[in-house]
Write a protein that binds this ligand. Structure first.
Ligand SMILES: Nc1nc2c(c(=O)[nH]1)N[C@H]1C(S)=C(S)[C@@H](COP(=O)(O)O)O[C@H]1N2
Ligand SMILES: [Mo]
Length: 525
């Protein structure tokens, strides 16, 4: 016992402890920060899963036979022991040769990063927590090991000889134990917090994945043939969920338990209405293709996307609430405080504004508003498309201002007619001869009836329109150009269903959407 205690006083033993403390910091910092990233990719889970992937079958069978349903617990104990021993060794190495220790810690970081980013559904950015954790671990290791070097330089003096400052080594050891202890306890708290956070998240992710969307009573109209522009490289007519633009003020994506979600409809209504997620699932849902557009989209920009949305017409909810005379606006608010002001009549007319729960046949992705968002054809998102919506207040424009309206943007936001060139790209070099030009145009609720292209200062020429699915979706186009060598400008403009030609008046996105004609410079070789 005494021998063990004496051994523990050796700087090398303390260095091993420093290694353990540093490893605890690496993992716990990564775990805590990782809770805000992909839930399945925090280091401990990722390491465990990678470990399982690499275990030979006989060992797996052995583990299941020996530990039964406790095989996962056994895995984590085994992993913990391995990490503990590695950390001890790294601490000692760092104490003996700092540079070698740093290399060891970095190697450990690389191994964790590799196991994190090779998990399914994980993005390169998910490496950030581990990188930050590794840096924190290195700092802690340095802070703990450096005093040990001084301890080594201070020969152990017998306590009773009256030699100079005999208490120094004992005091610094005490300080070391205190520092290492605090580090380990802090790391434990951080790791537990991180685990709890990501467990809550992964429950929501699992509930979303398990959700069976109801069959709509009114399915989306079939997509007519030929909606896709024949020009290679033009945006897909239907935007896959993973490619759909995302715009919101949410620093971290709100995580809402659908079972606890509730929508309150109140304000200038005869009857306050409360709606649960189950009420939505049980209601007569409809499905339709709608192109969403962001008011911040610059001329030629790509902040627009087209998806098939499943939801309940907001009209039906308002029918039950019975808005009072004088009301002209619905202020929708999300769980994180964003709000949008939508004209009441737009939510009541036959454009089928909806409380959407499905996007392209899937429950809404978390970042697109799970479990419920608004989708309003014809209006920019900032005045209509509230994600994670939890509150509808029937009110008046004169009485209430929405989030962006308070910040200098318009209180209303009908989508402006817009055409964009997607192929060829700006500043592209193309070979002379026949060049295919193609792109997309939109004027939701009015529809696109004509797209024209102008090369340099030649007369405007009509493009070929692709099929039209509806007035609330975008429409693609193509144009054959006989290109001659030299620099050229391609301009495009659309005409909407009311006969109005897209304005050439340049406007910034603020306050109610950009306008003007896009002009693309290309070099023909
Ligand atoms: N809760 C919430 N909903 C929101 C926003 C937001 O910041 N917070 N932004 C709006 C804006 S400006 C747009 S353009 C659309 C974008 O929807 P998307 O991210 O699904 O493409 O969401 C709208 N709904
Ligand atoms: Mo937006």
């Amino acid at each position: 016992m005494n021998k063990l205690l004496n051994w523990l006083k050796q700087p090398a033993a303390l260095a091993a402890l420093a290694g353990v403390a540093a490893a605890a910091v690496v993992l716990s910092v990564a775990e805590l920060i990782g809770a805000f990233f992909t839930a399945r990719a925090t280091p401990i889970l990722a390491l465990g899963s990678t470990f399982i992937d690499f275990t030979p079958l006989w060992m797996k069978n052995f583990a299941v036979e020996t530990f039964g349903t406790n095989d996962k617990a056994a895995l984590f104990v085994g992993m913990g022991l391995t990490i503990f021993l590695l950390a001890c060794a790294l601490g000692v190495v760092a104490y003996r040769r700092w540079a070698l220790g740093v290399a060891g810690v970095l190697l450990m970081g690389v191994v964790i990063v590799a196991s994190v980013v090779t998990r399914a559904g994980v993005q390169p950015l998910d490496a950030i927590p581990t990188v930050l954790g590794t840096v924190a671990g290195l700092v802690v290791l340095r802070l703990l090991v450096a005093p040990l070097w001084r301890l080594k330089a201070w020969p152990e003096a017998p306590a009773d000889t009256g030699a100079e400052e005999p208490i120094r080594p004992a005091a610094s050891r005490r300080r070391f134990f205190a520092a290492a202890g605090i580090t380990v306890v802090g790391a434990g708290i951080a790791a537990t917090g991180g685990r709890l956070l990501s467990a809550a998240r992964s429950n929501i992710i699992q509930a979303r994945e398990a959700l069976q969307l109801p069959v709509p009573v009114k399915p989306a109209a079939a997509i007519p043939a030929g909606v896709q522009s024949p020009v290679a490289g033009v945006t897909p007519w239907l935007t896959p969920n993973g490619d759909f633009y995302r715009i919101d003020t949410a620093l971290s994506v709100p995580e809402i338990n659908a079972d606890e979600w509730e929508l309150r409809v109140h304000g200038l209504v005869e009857q306050e209405v409360r709606l649960s997620f189950q009420d939505l699932l049980d209601a007569d849902l409809i499905e339709s293709h709608v192109t969403l557009t962001c008011v911040s989209n610059p001329v030629g920009g790509n902040l627009a996307g087209n998806a098939r949305w499943l939801g309940l017409p907001i009209r039906e909810v308002l029918k039950r609430a019975r808005p009072r005379a004088g009301a002209d606006m619905v202020l929708s608010t999300s769980v994180d405080g964003f709000s949008a002001s939508t004209p009441l009549e737009v939510l009541q007319d036959d454009r089928d504004a909806m409380l959407a729960i499905g996007m392209n046949g899937e429950p809404l992705p978390l970042e697109h508003g799970y479990p419920v968002r608004m989708v309003v054809p014809g209006l920019y998102g900032f005045v209509s498309a509230t994600k994670w919506v939890v509150d509808l207040e029937v009110t008046r424009f004169a009485d209430n201002k929405a989030y962006w309206t308070q910040r200098g943007w318009s209180e209303r936001g009908p989508i402006k007619t817009m055409a964009r060139v997607e192929v060829p790209r700006s500043f592209a070099k193309v070979p002379a001869g026949r060049v295919a030009i193609g792109g997309t145009a939109w004027a939701q609720t009015r529809g696109i009836t004509k797209v024209e292209v102008q090369i340099d200062n030649n007369p405007w020429a009509e493009a070929v329109l692709s099929g039209e699915a509806s007035l609330i979706t975008w429409r693609q186009w193509s144009f054959d150009w006989d290109a001659t060598p030299g620099p050229h400008y391609i301009k495009v403009r659309a005409t909407d269903g009311t006969g109005e030609v897209q304005t050439d008046r340049r406007a910034d996105p603020v306050p109610d959407g950009a306008s003007g004609w896009q002009s693309v410079m290309v070099t023909v070789e």
